[in-house]
Design a protein around this ligand. Sequence first.
Ligand SMILES: N[C@@H](CCC(=O)N[C@@H](CS)C(=O)NCC(=O)O)C(=O)O
Length: 198
Amino acid sequence: MLTVYGDSGSGNCLKVKFIADRFGIPLKWIEVGVVNGETRTPQFLAMNPAGQVPTVVFDDGRILAQSNAIMLHLAEGSDLIPGEAFDRALMFQWLFWEQYSHETAIAVRRYHKMFLKKSDAEIDPALMPKCERALDVMEGHLSNRSYFVAERLSLADIALVAYTRFAHEAGLDLVKWPQVRAWVIRIECDLGLKTALP
Ligand SMILES: N[C@@H](CCC(=O)N[C@@H](CS)C(=O)NCC(=O)O)C(=O)O
């Protein structure tokens, strides 16, 4: 049984659930609230000194953090990781981009708006153009394809959909990015999820 320490409002944490559900990996979810500081308790920090969820514990006691590292481990050898080396590198390209240029904009703006309940005026004004830029990059990439890599579902799509499906909660209307909107619904459907889009 995989034990997942996660906040169910977090796209990073939900990535782990998406993969576990897809492969029928039984999991025990332990809710750890980010807003109320549960990632900063001595007990949690002893498990993950970075103080972040998701953090997973395997049956043998080994601990792993970082959503994309956890997904890669759970999906090892599966069709969610391209077998061909260049396609696999492209998948990594999008996983790294998601963490550096997408999650740091859309997830962060959503967090300030939805979870910290800040008004737009209180949120760093640099975040909105960064969010829009990320969606522009995705829109361009999806203009002539249905999936991010190799025209099939991969971890790149799952990593990127985790927060894109909540873009409206960050203050972005995906109607302005129609290819991205259609792709979100496609990936949610592939994952058996009810759409999160309004
Ligand atoms: N790059 C990490 C980010 C993890 C992360 O920032 N988690 C947030 C919740 S989405 C968290 O635990 N925040 C609490 C904190 O940093 O104190 C991942 O992908 O897992």
